[in-house]
Design a protein around this ligand. Structure first.
Ligand SMILES: Cc1cc2nc3c(=O)[nH]c(=O)nc-3n(C[C@H](O)[C@H](O)[C@H](O)COP(=O)(O)O)c2cc1C
Length: 108
């Protein structure tokens, strides 16, 4: 069918990556176009999976909620702000627009 990509939540969404039984490696090998991996990735895990050829792209969910400048943080290896599940769906700015960007003074 010429499917351009698949976007795979590996494991239980927002939970364990080790949910069984599913062979994500087999899915990756059988699909010839872009494989986007998601669920519990950080920079180190994404870099190692990329180097191993286990995915082409990586999607980040919770880290983006807590880090509006996630891409810059990953590029500069700036520590990430912890995700706070207590402020999800709150209806106000808390946990929505108040996570801090990298302070200008700490930018490389
Ligand atoms: C607050 C919140 C809302 C989400 N809503 C959806 C949704 O509507 N549909 C969906 O497919 N996944 C949803 N997800 C799951 C994420 O897309 C993603 O698969 C999951 O957070 C794992 O990725 P992560 O470890 O990078 O956060 C949601 C996750 C969070 C934290």
């Amino acid at each position: 069918m010429g499917i351009a990509y698949i976007h795979v939540v590996e494991g239980a969404t927002g939970g364990s990556r080790d949910i069984a039984p599913f062979d994500f490696g087999s899915l990756r090998r059988r699909f010839n176009n872009t494989y986007i991996a998601n669920n519990g990735y950080d920079l180190e895990l994404a870099a190692s999976r990329l180097a191993e050829g286990k995915a082409d792209l990586f999607a980040f969910g919770r880290p983006f909620i807590a880090n509006p400048d996630l891409v810059e943080r990953l590029k500069t290896r700036t520590p990430l702000t912890e995700f706070n599940s207590a402020t999800l769906y709150g209806g106000g700015s808390a946990g929505y627009t108040d996570y801090p960007a990298i302070a200008a003074s700490s930018r490389p």
